[in-house]
Design a protein around this ligand. Sequence first.
Ligand code: NAD
Length: 277
Amino acid sequence: MSRLEGRTAIITGGASGIGAASARLFVEEGARVLIADMQQERGRALAEELGDAAAFFKVDVARESDVRGAVEDVMKRWDRLDCIYNNAGFGGALGPIDETTVEEFDLTFDVLLKGVFLGIKHAAPVMRRQGGGSIISTASVAGLKTGESPHLYSVAKAAVIHLTKSVALELGQDGIRVNCICPGIIATPLAAGRPGASDEQLSKLSHALRGAQAMGRVGQPEDVARAAVWLASDESSWVTGTAQVVDGGANAGRPWRRQGDWITRKREIKLYRPEGR
Ligand code: NAD
């Protein structure tokens, strides 16, 4: 039996990368999916490829009327909403803090944080009336650890993790689970720094960054999509308020053997013994 049979979901940022892989896998698992994205051409093409189980809805997640519209569209089409996956995102403001403009600050937080807030806000009442649902958002390992990404991206993703936990406490009584996923480096146009990056560019990126995590390969969008399917399914029915790390081991730290000369020096000492032993 497919794990999402009869369920419906909205996936924001569903036209590319992690969102597109999730849309494919959700449909494969029996769900109907509204691909909600700003990129019309890619979003429509994916919806067509997926057939009757998918539709496209143009959304800027930073605009409340658009997000409300996506929830209304799902209800009109399929009369229920079991999952919203707040996944849309971009790299946000780059550069030193004193060169970051207020406009860049606002845009970064509008998409990465307000977009998640709006998805939760508009899905929750529908799910409450239905007696439950699963809310998932894409945060990042950058929200757990500084230095992984630009300042504002990192802070916005940390806020997504905190929002997830805070809202999970409120909605648990309604049978609504709220979780987020913290991916490490995933080979997508975002990680390549080019919207619409080609397969060749993504495979170059995967090759260059293969050593950046314990597993010896960069993450693929499907690695995150599988976590999202699990969080949307009943297999995770007692899981809420969590930040699921999907990063090939990157967040566990740097391998001992690569930490520099001082370790080699310590190795020469071999073993510390307390005096007298
Ligand atoms: P991607 O560029 O392939 O996909 C992002 C999608 O979001 C695109 O289709 C884009 O059109 C859409 N989008 C951007 N702004 C939007 C807006 N305002 N309204 C609606 N849609 C919008 O990148 P991806 O890597 O698949 O990113 C998905 C999520 O994963 C993002 O939230 C990103 O921050 C997060 N993430 C990515 C990585 C990585 O290494 N790729 C790591 C950690 C977290």
